[in-house]
Design a protein around this ligand. Structure first.
Ligand code: SAH
Length: 225
C-alpha cells in the first residue's frame, strides 16, 4: 500500500539512497534539509526501467526512453534548492520525463504542475506517480515553453531541459520575488541560470555549467521536431 512518502513499502534501496544523499549531495554543498530528506524518501529506482534499477543511485543521468534522460541526482537537488520555495508553494516543472523530479518537488510544495512534450512519457509518468501515491502532481502533455497560464502565477518554475534563450512566457507566469531555474546556452553546453522576478523587471543570476537534453517546441530548438 502507498504510504505518505510515496514509497510502496520499505525497499532494498534505502541504504543506497542515504549513501547518494551523503556522497553526492551533502558532500557537494546541498544543505536544504527538506531537499535532502525528499531525496532520501523518493524511490528513484522505480522511475527507471528494470534494467537500469541497479544504476538508479549512481552519480549520473540515465535513459528513460524517447531519447530522454532522468537527470543526475545532484542536478535535481541543486535545481530544487535554487528555487528557494516558500511554504505551500505551487510549482511548475517543464519536462516531466520519468516523473522523478516532480515526485521530489511534491514533497516540498503544495501542488506541482508538470508538463511533458512527449505524450507517451507524460502518460507513463502520470500512471506511475498515481500508483506510487503522489496526489499533488498534475502531469500535462504539451509544449511547456508556453507554460500553463491557467494556474499562474507560480512560486517557482523549474526547467530540466536546455533552452536557447530565456522563455518569456515562463517569466511572465512567475510570481513576484519568485525564481525560474533553467539551463540556457548551446545545444551541447549550457549554464544554469536563476531568473528572479521583480515588479516589472527581472534579474539573472548565473550558476554552474551543465548539459541537459534540449527543450523542444516554440521556445526551444523547434527545428528538431
Ligand atoms: N525531470 C525529468 C527529466 C527531464 S529530461 C525526470 O526527473 O525524469 C527533460 C524532459 O523535458 C524530457 O522528458 C523532454 O521530453 C521534456 N521536454 C523537452 N522539451 C519540452 C517542452 N517544450 N515541453 C515539455 N517538456 C519538454
Amino acid at each position: 500500500m502507498p504510504t505518505s512518502n510515496g514509497a510502496t513499502r520499505p525497499d532494498d534501496y534505502v541504504a543506497a539512497r542515504h549513501a547518494m544523499v551523503r556522497d553526492q549531495l551533502e558532500s557537494r554543498g546541498i544543505t536544504d534539509v527538506g531537499v535532502l530528506q525528499a531525496m532520501r524518501d523518493v524511490p528513484r529506482h522505480l522511475f527507471v526501467a528494470p534494467e537500469w534499477q541497479s544504476e538508479a543511485y549512481s552519480d549520473r543521468p540515465l535513459p528513460i526512453g524517447a531519447g530522454q534522460t532522468i537527470s543526475q541526482p545532484y542536478m535535481v537537488a541543486m535545481m530544487i534548492e535554487l528555487l528557494r520555495l516558500p511554504g505551500q508553494a505551487r510549482v511548475l516543472e517543464v519536462g516531466t520525463g520519468s516523473g522523478y523530479q516532480a515526485a521530489v518537488l511534491s514533497r516540498l510544495a503544495a501542488q506541482v504542475y508538470s508538463m511533458e512534450y512527449f505524450p507517451a512519457l507524460a502518460e507513463h509518468a502520470r500512471v506511475l506517480l498515481k500508483r506510487l501515491g503522489y496526489t499533488n502532481i498534475e502531469v500535462c502533455a504539451g509544449d511547456g515553453g508556453a507554460g500553463l497560464p491557467q494556474y499562474a502565477p507560480y512560486d517557482g518554475i523549474i526547467v530540466p531541459a536546455a533552452a536557447p534563450r530565456l522563455p518569456q512566457p515562463l517569466i511572465a507566469q512567475l510570481g513576484i520575488g519568485r525564481r525560474l531555474v533553467i539551463p540556457v546556452g548551446e545545444a551541447t553546453a549550457q549554464e544554469l541560470l536563476i531568473v528572479v522576478k521583480h515588479d516589472v523587471s527581472y534579474t539573472i543570476e548565473r550558476s554552474i555549467p551543465c548539459r541537459f537534453v534540449p527543450l523542444r517546441g516554440k521556445e526551444g530548438w523547434s527545428a528538431q521536431d
